[in-house]
Design a protein around this ligand. Sequence first.
Ligand SMILES: C[S@@+](CC[C@H](N)C(=O)[O-])C[C@H]1O[C@@H](n2cnc3c(N)ncnc32)[C@H](O)[C@@H]1O
Length: 269
Amino acid sequence: MASTSETSPVQYEMLDRVAPDAGPLERVARRIGRRLGWDVYRRRSDFHYVPSLYGDRYFKLADIREHPGFGELAAEVIGHGRTYMGYARLFTLWQAVTQAPEGAIAELGVFRGGSSWFLAAAAEQAGGGRRIFSFDTFTHFPETDLELDGSHRPTGDYHPAEDVRRYLSRFASLELREGVFPDTAAGLEDERFGVVHVDSDTYSSYRDALAFFVPRLAPGGIVVLDDYGFVTCPGATQATDEFLAEHGDEVQLFSLLTGQALLIRRSGR
Ligand SMILES: C[S@@+](CC[C@H](N)C(=O)[O-])C[C@H]1O[C@@H](n2cnc3c(N)ncnc32)[C@H](O)[C@@H]1O
């Protein structure tokens, strides 16, 4: 699962965004520096580090946990312990839901329900009563290929579908579709989608998700591909690249540092 790779870089980055109080060593270094006529700052990787312009306020990146509307919702779902997604990847989903055009929301890859809960809560927060379709087998990855899908095992530590259904039952607009996708998409051929979250890890599921959802995306509609940049999901990357080779005139791909990628449907198509 892409999710397991998140802890190190993303959480490190998140923690690093919050300026800690200076420790004793840093205070001593600063004091000595001042005597010598220097300003001493702690160097941190990946920061816009221009002390001559910003002085000791060099933590310039906003802390997304303080973003109005987002932070509390993300903290709530992380607290439920039903998703491996952390703040950074949830922020991508939240922006997609709040900014994408009208149309239904879909998720392929629900697992214990956390990310579906978050999509539905963000949609509720944004208003508009959008329909949400959440797809999973709730038992297994239907078609894994050792070569294409790396170390994926066909089964895992699932919660029963009934448990996930109960957890998501507060959202009247959300429909759980249990079984193997794309069979479970039957009846949705005429639906228009504004946001689709694909978090299903494998080659075959990505291939089928892109084939079904992209032609049904509203102009400007967004597909968030959770696994595109993860080396643990080579099949997801390959299926996406193959799709783009044929349909690059319909959608545009943006890779994100979180490991996710966005596919955005070009308007006027
Ligand atoms: C990484 S988990 C999803 C994690 C979830 N989005 C979260 O945030 O916790 C991937 C899920 O995709 C599901 N899946 C993969 N291929 C599928 C398919 N063809 N049809 C239905 N479910 C599928 C698996 O059953 C698994 O639960």
